[in-house]
Design a protein around this ligand. Structure first.
Ligand code: DGI
Ligand code: FE
Ligand code: FE
Ligand code: FE
Length: 186
């Protein structure tokens, strides 16, 4: 496996500085959420750090990986917003040599969430949403809810993401909708 400074160097060279700083803040926020929810803080910090490793991988490279690496071919109908979590795991395993199945699953689920979520899945999903660089209407409420109750944070984020996607007439990934039905519906 790679040393942590090798992981940091690879990550830094795979994205611009704004994205790298976001990953650092998600890592710190994930560590905090782990401490509050009795989860391994170092593992949460690593998962948070790598979660967007593949965010700026070129479209052509994604298409090649979907076609040659046994991914569901329906993924060709989506875009980088969906790919960088689900297929991002391929690049994290291949380039960063991180194989921990809990970390890989948390990255896979970090954009869409899922019907079943482990504590680490929830930590990464919420740290990405509430890290201190985020600034959108409702982020303060999201922080307050999430620091009090991680599950309630997941429900809050899914409902607001669905509202946002519908408002912009964006295509909803079925897993996002299925997760909303589990975590947000009263
Ligand atoms: O990678 P980040 O920007 O840090 O955050 P993220 O991985 O949570 O991605 C957020 C974006 O993903 C946001 O613009 C909404 C979008 N997204 C989430 N669920 C869906 C989706 N986009 C589409 N088209 N469909 C979804 O179901
Ligand atoms: Fe992301
Ligand atoms: Fe997210
Ligand atoms: Fe992110």
């Amino acid at each position: 496996s790679l040393t942590s400074s090798e992981i940091v160097a690879k990550e830094q060279s795979n994205m611009d500085d704004a994205r790298f700083q976001h990953c650092v803040r998600v890592s710190e926020t994930a560590r905090k959420l782990a401490e509050l929810n009795n989860y391994d803080p170092d593992k949460a910090a690593l998962a948070g750090f790598v979660h967007d490793y593949a965010k700026q991988v070129p479209v052509e490279e994604y298409i090649k990986v979907i076609k040659t690496k046994n991914f569901d071919q329906d993924l060709l109908n989506w875009s980088r917003a969906i790919w960088h979590g689900i297929i991002g795991t391929y690049f994290i395993q291949h380039d960063l040599r991180i194989d921990d199945p809990e970390i890989i699953q948390a990255v896979n689920r970090h954009t869409t969430a899922d019907v079943e979520m482990t504590t680490l899945d929830k930590i990464v999903y919420m740290a990405d949403y509430i890290e201190p660089g985020r600034d959108f209407p409702g982020v303060e409420e999201a922080r307050k809810i999430t620091y009090k109750n991680l599950d309630a944070g997941v429900g809050y984020q899914l409902a607001h993401t669905l509202e946002y996607l519908i408002e912009h007439r964006s295509k909803i990934y079925p897993r996002t909708l299925e997760a909303y039905n589990v975590w947000s519906v009263k």
